[in-house]
Every structure is written in structure tokens, then in C-alpha cells.
Design a protein around this ligand. Sequence first.
Ligand code: FAD
Length: 391
Amino acid sequence: MKQDQLIILGGGISGLVAAYALSPHFKEITIIDKDQVGGEAVRPGASQGAHLHVLLKEGQNILFKYLPELREMLLQRNCKEVDWALDTIWDNNSGRFPNYCSGVKTISTSRRLLESLIYSELSKLENVNFLKDFVLDYGEKGVVTKNNGTYSSDLTIVALGAFNNLKSNLALKKEITINLSYRSVIFKAKELNLQNELQYYYQTSPDGKFPGGVICPIEDNKYIATIIEYGNKISRNDKNFESFIEKSREIPKGHFFKIIKNAEPLTPVSIYMKKKMSLYSAKQKCLKLIFIGDSLVSLNPSFGQGMSVALLQIDALVNMMEKNKFSVNRFERICQRIICKPFFLAELGSRSSGLLKFTLDSYLILAMKSKKLHYLFLTQLHLLSRRGYND
Ligand SMILES: Cc1cc2nc3c(=O)[nH]c(=O)nc-3n(C[C@H](O)[C@H](O)[C@H](O)COP(=O)(O)OP(=O)(O)OC[C@H]3O[C@@H](n4cnc5c(N)ncnc54)[C@H](O)[C@@H]3O)c2cc1C
């Protein structure tokens, strides 16, 4: 049976997809966001959206399950389908991952295009509406917003992102300092000066000795180039393209620099500093309030798992609703299980020293010589093993 009212706080990727996937289960859904949502233009709310945003394989599987038409819409915008071994040159300071047909393929797009297409599909639904307002609090009477609104509902989903201001309902479980800086620029090119590959990765190293970089195709024959660096090394001056080029010289092997040095930028350089990754759990005071996406867990972005983790949570929520098995406590339990593995991987990959770092590095060195081990790494990275997520 349909419930009456769902309120979703935050219209980022978590809020938008949750609204779409849950629309058959509620008579009315209201998304409240402080900004205009869904646009391809720069939005202050999701400022990270100007940076490289890879939607991993399992994330895409879930997205296309709820919005199958999105795949064709992306291809029509000339987004490329990329095999993570065959179409990718992936270097790190120990060598290069093998080049073979892995079948782990994703469609490469910008975060902004992805959100705007989801939004355009969502706005076709009659039971979903949008409210532009700033969320202040959640109290006994429901959601309180800046424009003096109070909204009650059968269920409220908090999808306010990493700067979620309803954290008094959460308990901090783990926080790890990462001090990761991002510099990104979009440019246009017919092709990259690689052999046949479509994207280039130089894996960044948490010891901060040198930056890493990614050049990835997005829509309309454009590319996004992102430099990722550990350490507190970014300043406002890094917003000019010349300093971006200079920084790219520090990425070992010189491939990134060679591709970018004659590029014509289509956007200013965007910068972002991510200080910490953090994991929360719900205090479970309220039986009508749940948290999803970055509101609950904010990962090290260089592993590209954030959006996929949010989608796994949404999928789990829909499964529960379909089976009439939803409860706040059960959902919270499953969310913690979903988060466990990606958080561990991101934590492991954020270490600059120690036994765990040594173990991961040794594995990656072996994966350079073995397609089998590399494939295993890809399936873990792309969250393709769902064992243990069900209640
Ligand atoms: C630099 C960087 C690179 C990343 N790269 C990747 C990647 O490659 N792949 C990947 O999967 N993930 C990546 N991530 C993580 C990804 O951005 C997040 O996991 C994802 O945005 C989470 O979506 P969300 O909807 O939960 O939160 P958000 O996208 O942050 O959305 C939150 C929404 O809430 C609104 N909001 C916030 N506060 C209020 C308020 N008080 N009142 C009203 N509205 C409010 C905001 O306007 C916004 O629209 C990256 C993150 C960063 C920082």
C-alpha cells in the first residue's frame, strides 16, 4: 500500500534518484533544496560537481535499473562507454595495469549532465514536486526551513550531503584526515594522444610526494582533466590554467602533461579541498527519519565510490518497501553493511605508511602482472560484489 507523504531533504544525486525510485511507493514526494536543482550550470550546492565524477559499474547498474532510458540519453550526448582495462591506461609509481578486455565498462559523463538528465526524467512525474528553501532543523513537528515552513511526512530522507546540518541526529563513528586537493578543468579534443585508449589515470599516492591525475572523456566530445594531490597544497591562485599546466608537470611519466599542455580549456580551473572522510550512524531517536548518501558517509573521493554507495542504499530501501519490510532500524543496519567495504577500501588507500598500505601496494604490484588479480581489484573497486547487503 502507498504511503502518503515523503519529504527528501537535498536534491543532489542521492535525493533525485531516491525520489525517482520511491515514486511508486508514495502519493506525494517533495524535494527541498536550498538551490535550483538539476541544472547543468554551476550550482553552489554541489560544487564538487565541477570535478571528475566517475559513476562506478554497480552504481550505473542501479541507476539504469530505475532509469533505463538514461543510458540512451547519455549515448546521444556522445558519452563514451569505457572498459576499465581495455580503454584505460592506468599508471602508478610501480608500473602500469594490464590492458585487456575486462567487461567492466561504464559510460563516462560529467556529474552535472548526469544530474540534469535525472532531474528532467523526475520532473515528468506528477507526484514529485520541488521546493527551494534552506533546511534548518528537524523537530517534533517535522522539517523546519528558513522561510518558516514546517513540514511533516510519513518519512523524511536526509540527503543533504557532506555538510549536512542535521548531524545532531547522528553519531560520528569514524573520521580520517585525508587533506586531498582537486583541480579540474574541462577541455575539448578530437582524441587523446594515447594509442587506442580513451582515458588516462596516474594514481595519486597518499604520501604526498607527487600528484596524480585523471583525464576522462565526458559528453559532447569533451574531456575532464583532474589533478589530485594529498597534502594541504592548494590556494586560490591555483585557479588559473597556467598553474594547472605547471602542476601537471609534477605527475610522473609525463603523459598527463603531454595530453594537457596544448589543450584549450572550456572552463576555469575548479578547486576543491576535502579535509576528512567520515562515517556516521543514525542515533535512531526518530522512526520517520533516515539518512542516505554523503549525509551518512563521506568517503575519500579519489576512489570514486560516493555516488555508487548512495545508489546501493537507495536500492536497498526500495527493496524493503517492495517487500513491506521497511523499518528505520533495519535500513540503518543495511546501510552500515553497504558502507563497510567501500569505507575500508578508501581508508586503506588513504594510508601513507604502515602494514596495511604495504599489503595494498604489494597487491597492486602483483595486479600489474596478473589480469586475474587486476580483474579482482576492478570488481572490488566497482562494488560488484553485493554479498552481505541483505538482511
Ligand atoms: C572533489 C570530489 C570528487 C568526487 N568524485 C567522485 C567520483 O568520481 N565518483 C563518485 O561516485 N563520487 C565522487 N565524489 C563524491 C560525491 O560527490 C558524493 O558522494 C555525492 O555528491 C553524494 O551525493 P548527495 O546527494 O548525498 O550529496 P550532494 O551531492 O552534496 O547533495 C546535497 C544537496 O543538499 C543541498 N543542501 C545541503 N544543505 C542544505 C540545506 N541546509 N538546506 C537545503 N538544501 C541543502 C545541496 O544544495 C545539494 O543539492 C566526489 C566528491 C568530491 C568532493
